[in-house]
Ligand binder design. Sequence first.
Ligand SMILES: [Zn+2]
Length: 491
Amino acid sequence: MEDNMERHERSYPVRRRRKRKPKWQRMLHKYWPTIRFGLLCLILIAVIILAISAISGGKRLSGTEETRDNSIVDSGTESSISNDEIMALANSLIKKADFIAAGYDYQKAIDMLRSFEHFDSVPALADKVAEYERLDSQLIPYAQMNNITHIFFHSLIVDPARAFDGEHTEDGYNQYMTTCDEFWAMMEEMHKRGFVLVTPYDVAYEQTDEFGTRFVYGEIRLPEGKQPFIMSQDDLNYYGYMVGGESGVDETPIFANTKGDGFAHRIVIGEDGYPTCLYMDAQGNVTTGDYDLVPLLEKFIQEHPDFAYHGARAVLGMTGYEGVFGYRTKPSYEKALGSEKYKEEVEAAKEVAQCLRDHGWILASHSYGHPAYGNISASRVEADSDKWESTVQPIIGDTDIILYPHGSDINGPGKYTFSNAKFKALYEDGYRYFFNVDANVYWSQLGENYYRGGRRNLDGYRMWYHPQKLADLFVVEAIFDKSRPTPVAPI
Ligand SMILES: [Zn+2]
């Protein structure tokens, strides 16, 4: 429960890599509930004393009867605020609280209303609190925590005519990618069917108590009939081959140009402060808009706040070999770009990373160089992870989630143990959440010290070859983009 309360804030403090917390921190963590309870008591007492002194001073008006002069004078200050102003503030607060409550975070919505300094002057606020309490009492803890489906995507195709243009990349896009229109239609249908987006941190997390430290399932409370799901996106890098006609894998960065294949080429921060995308069309015109999963899902949740549990967003996985989010931040590009321009790329990418985090997105590793971890030696896994840590982590921040490249897991279906050198290396690098690719509706494993799960690719390949395996989510026939070449090439 304590951990749940913290996750309502949707900020994810991630453990420091390779270092165990010092003892005082562990003690603090252990006794934090007690300390917090003590602090809350102190605050409560302070509030009561203040309230009593205000009432006995007789200066503060309370209730609604005394407000006929249309103004309320704050005790101890000269500032005054009219009833109309209070009502306007209260109404905008209710709007915000309603949005949060729609995501089933009723406690946060209630706290928000109660913290309003004129709470007692607006009866509608108390009515709202009562309504949220009633709705909250109707939520049920989701019973099948081991059966939470996880879907994933690559960069979405904005312009199918450019992606499916007969070039050598066409088959890959048709197999592994999803179009923007398909994505939107999938979200609409999943929303209709009662799916609610949660994060891996809602599903399972590390807990320390008197019995020690271990991974446990979280508690996800939803109305009856709703079911949680996790979403992730791989390769949020906008590689050169997708946006500029060739790969920038060596020391030459490739930026967006008219040879692009119809994908967004950068995440940027929009005028409204939300993350959005840049797109260059075949004529070279660049526009800002909903050209990939991040802005599309953001828009969808703004329209359907009940689609995101406690403000959840998707997990985004980045490699390092061409930079992140479309910024050419790979260190070996510095020579070609010049240190000034290179620094700009890095700074811009850092700002985007912060913006994404601020809006609830979770940033993860998709490895540095995209090797299949299952097929390479433990020392190569370790080297790749170290390279990610030295080149990507400084830009996007620390993470404890890895989305395996090619979905290639480091172990069979049995549990991870430290006798697996790859697991040992990744665990020591701070990873606790491991996701492969699996066609089954559900596949997950709660270890003593990790959570591991399968992910379903909702792409052209899966839709064409296994539509029945997606039947719980949507009817493929209603989703499949008619502009795709068929048959989708076999893998
Ligand atoms: Zn990938």
